[in-house]
Design a protein around this ligand. Structure first.
Ligand SMILES: [Zn+2]
Length: 390
């Protein structure tokens, strides 16, 4: 018989809404939530252990919708470190996974890593050999030889791309990641490094074998081709047009917003030296586009793009860009789970979902920065980290 644990706290955000109870509680059986309700209703529930978080807010573990396990944006010139030997990158991944989990990020959507280290990490975590969040992985990013994509591998032409998709799927990819554009606007606009034919093939072939697609795409004609082809998720979207925002909203396509990459100067200073000044220069326009996306009714999740254990910074940025704190929190919980394909497993506090939850002092719906200081982390029913309740 699985162990029953009662987790008690103060206010409870279930991933979609703040429940109207003065104090909430969650009953967990083994790895799974079995009841969620007002603390007074659950007080008499039979249980083997109690985790009492006092008046702290209870909420689902956070989901980083755009992670790279071996990328560490706090290191200087961090993109070029993705050319390090695979052993070095794997060691970095192990360290990053731990930082993410201790910060309350109990799931990550990995948008490309070298070789298949994300598959190995996913398996080791599932088998309990490695401490880390639950992972959804893209394996190798698929890029053009002349195109952008530090975590990508080069494949040119429909036949090579089809083969890459098959190989990634065989290795264990949960979804297919392609790189359509670079990160910035150029004097020529936003060139698409993949041809229309290649984008159409990638989406069609991924769908044919039952995989959703993700595209690194900041705008330009490549975005139009990707949307016309039926692409599922757009990453970054820093320089989308008004027409593209309307199209994204009408088509219900998911967009993963990654604001710190282009807005936080301390982070931009760690980019390759040649692009730092131009990235700083384009931040203001990117902020306008991101704000317009949010105001335009696009469905969005939020990702750190390699800033481990600090997803709260990107969540707080969304609020600065005009998102309601509720929408910003949903972007890292319920909506994040849905866009990651995890909607049946995690992202909300409700019976049947994995017992992935965190507690923290303060109200993240009033101040998202409260997410930067978690009091306890529970991952699949296991208490990973806790300090005395506030
Ligand atoms: Zn990325």
């Amino acid at each position: 018989l699985a162990r029953l644990t009662l987790i008690k706290g103060g206010p409870l955000f279930d991933g979609r809404t703040l429940r109207p109870w003065p104090a909430g509680a969650v009953l967990v059986e083994g790895e799974t939530i079995v009841r969620v309700g007002p603390a007074q209703d659950l007080a008499s529930a039979p249980c083997d252990a109690v985790i009492d978080r006092g008046r702290e807010t209870l909420l689902p573990g956070l989901i980083d919708c755009h992670a790279h396990l071996s990328m560490d944006a706090t290191r200087e010139n961090y993109l070029h470190r993705l050319q390090d030997p695979i052993g070095e990158q794997t060691l970095r991944a192990v360290n990053n996974l731990r930082r993410d989990l201790l910060a309350g990020q109990t799931s990550l959507r990995c948008c490309g890593d070298k070789e298949f280290l994300d598959v190995d990490c996913r398996r080791a975590i599932e088998e309990g050999r490695l401490e880390g969040p639950s992972l959804v992985v893209a394996t190798r990013g698929i890029k053009a030889s002349h195109g952008h994509g530090f975590v990508g591998y080069s494949f040119d032409g429909p036949e090579q791309i089809k083969r890459a998709i098959h190989q990634n799927a065989a290795a264990g990819a949960d979804f297919i990641k392609i790189f359509i554009t670079g990160n910035l606007e150029t004097p020529e606009g936003i060139p698409s490094y993949l041809s229309r034919e290649e984008i159409e093939l990638a989406v069609a072939e991924a769908h044919r074998i039952g995989k959703v697609t993700s595209a690194h795409c900041v705008g330009g004609p490549g975005l139009d081709w990707y949307l016309a082809a039926g692409g599922d998720v757009v990453e970054h979207a820093y320089f989308v047009s008004r027409e593209q925002i309307e199209r994204l909203a009408a088509g219900r396509t998911w967009v993963v917003l990654t604001p710190t990459f282009i807005l936080e100067e301390s982070r931009i200073r760690h980019l390759p030296p040649g692009v730092i000044e131009e990235t700083l220069r384009q931040g203001r326009r990117a902020a306008e586009c991101l704000a317009a996306l949010i105001a335009g009714g696009v469905r969005f999740g939020v990702g750190s793009d390699g800033l481990h254990g600090e997803l709260w910074r990107d969540i707080a940025r969304l609020v600065e860009l005009g998102a309601s704190p509720l929408a910003a929190l949903q972007a890292a919980t319920s909506n994040a789970a849905e866009l990651s394909g995890l909607g049946a497993r995690t992202g909300t506090l409700e019976p049947g979902r994995a017992a992935d939850l965190i507690s923290l002092a303060g109200n993240p719906l009033a101040d998202p920065a409260a997410l930067g200081n978690v009091g306890a982390v529970i991952s699949r029913g296991r208490l990973i980290f806790s300090k005395p309740p506030a």
